[in-house]
Design a protein around this ligand. Structure first.
Ligand code: NDP
Length: 444
């Protein structure tokens, strides 16, 4: 049995029931086969893959808080500190009802390679809770965030582990957690990213994942002599990533016709009016169906189905496994030429394989959505320097990082004889740097 297959079996046996984690490991290991087979003895001798697939540390804890009715609620809190070979752990916190250890291990594992691809010195981590801020009052969210940070603060620090936002964790939650960290430790340091602009945040961080996604997609198009201009685009989700992917695609001359949330999707043939979406989602924290109240010519459909809308470009920006084989087939049958993943692992394995088989331009999340964490790392740099860079300066750095990622991914795929397979390219390029660092640092 090959080293890669052996490790996958080991991961499944040692992590029972953690199917999302298994899926992420399989996808990465399969595309690393070429590299691992070529260096099998070297990697085996130091059990590199055994160490790479086992988190350095998982912290799991109780989060008690009091709701508006005076009742004590208890949630689970986690931080997965997966790999610190190339820098302090870095990765978001997710607050959503379905968060569990398997999900955070999958996200933390992906984060290792994503962070490596950015070229910045950041290791891989992820955390969160099964607390869902949806439908909670600001006071309840604050009570939860303070309790969560009271425990988490023991394990993080500006040079140790620097969490950020993810689903369910935006500026409000980061603010409450930062305040509590400062209160307990007495330190005003860059321990969280995604902070407000008046207290250590970076310009462009809010836009970074969505903008970065469109920058890398534009680079993919540029290499085949094309651009966003005049293209029809479908974007799933209506959160942070989707909104700013929509904004940048529109700025580049594309027409975005659809967005969704987990209840259903909107279709606006005239092009989505983003100011209305921002008001619903960022100001009123409402549902996407409210869009049709403001734009009666648009259509709302409950349930799944967004990928049946014809488009040139699809940007899945909602959540894991939201796009399956049937969706992939519908997209390609309707003429879609490019898929770039804003979310983490939004395409199922079968959908990804179908995109690769059909040879459309396909960029996996760990490369395509790396703009968020890259800009978080730029926020860390500004905090360390006690400086704030201008919007244009950060945006230019983000743009350079995304074109750099495209170059690394495309080069790695070509070096291993699979030119154009950006899934393999992203995994190989991300792995090489981490593996080299792990080999140099001995058995730790
Ligand atoms: P948000 O919570 O801001 O938004 C997520 C959006 O997607 C919501 O509109 C949500 O709807 C919708 N959604 C979630 N799951 C589904 C589903 N299965 N079907 C349809 N709609 C769904 O999250 P973000 O925009 O921050 O993150 C989106 C994705 O991007 C995640 O996978 C995240 O890990 C990834 N990502 C985010 C980064 C960031 O900087 N924010 C960085 C890198 C990756 P509802 O409100 O109904 O739940």
């Amino acid at each position: 049995m090959s080293y890669v297959d052996e490790i996958y079996e080991r991961v499944v046996a040692n992590n029972p029931g953690e199917t999302l984690f298994h899926q992420a490991v399989k996808e990465v290991l399969d595309s690393l086969k070429l590299v691992i087979d070529a260096n099998e003895e070297k990697y085996r001798s130091v059990s590199l893959l055994e160490r790479l697939t086992e988190p350095e540390r998982i912290i799991s804890f109780r989060v008690p808080w009091v709701d508006d009715n005076g009742k004590v609620q208890v949630n689970k809190g986690y931080r997965v500190q997966f790999n610190s070979a190339i820098g302090p752990y870095k990765g978001g916190l997710r607050f959503r009802y379905d968060v569990n250890q398997s999900m955070l291990k999958f996200l933390g594992f992906e984060q290792i390679f994503k962070n490596s691809l950015t070229g910045l010195p950041i290791g891989g981590g992820k955390g969160g809770s099964d607390f869902d801020p949806k439908g909670k009052s600001d006071r309840e969210v604050m009570a939860f965030c303070q309790s969560f940070m009271t425990e988490l603060c023991k394990y993080i620090g500006a040079d140790v582990d620097v969490p950020a936002g993810d689903q369910g964790v935006g500026g409000r939650e980061i603010g409450f957690m930062y305040g509590q960290y400062k209160r307990i430790t007495g330190l005003y340091e860059g321990v969280l990213t995604g902070k407000g602009l008046t207290w250590g945040g970076s310009l462009v961080r809010t836009q970074a994942t969505g903008y970065g996604l469109v920058y890398i997609a534009e680079e993919m198009l540029k290499h085949v002599g094309d651009s966003f201009n005049g293209k029809t685009v479908v974007i799933s989700g209506a959160g942070n990533v989707a909104i700013y992917a929509c904004e940048k695609a529109q700025q580049l001359g594309a027409k975005v016709v659809a967005l969704c949330d987990s209840n259903g999707y909107i279709y606006d043939a005239d092009g989505i009016k983003l100011d209305i979406v921002k008001d619903i989602k960022e100001v009123r924290r409402g549902r996407i169906k409210e869009y049709v109240d403001a734009v009666p010519t648009a259509k709302y459909t409950a349930g799944k189905g967004i990928w049946t809308i014809p488009c040139d470009i699809a940007l899945p920006c909602a959540g894991q496994n939201e796009l399956d084989l049937e969706d992939a087939k519908a997209l390609i049958a309707n003429g879609c030429k490019l898929v770039a993943e804003g979310a983490n692992m939004p395409s199922t394995r079968e959908a990804t394989d179908y995109f690769l088989e059909k040879k459309i331009l396909f960029m996996p999340g760990k490369a395509a959505n790396a703009g968020g964490v890259a800009t978080s790392a730029l926020e860390m740099s500004q905090n360390s320097q006690r400086l704030s860079w201008s919007f244009a300066e950060v945006d230019a750095k983000l743009h350079d990082i995304m074109t750099g990622i495209y170059a690394k991914v495309s080069d790695a795929a070509a070096r291993y004889g699979v030119a154009g397979n950006f899934v393999a390219g992203a995994n190989i390029a991300g792995f090489e740097k981490v593996a080299d660092a792990m080999m140099s640092q001995g058995i730790v």
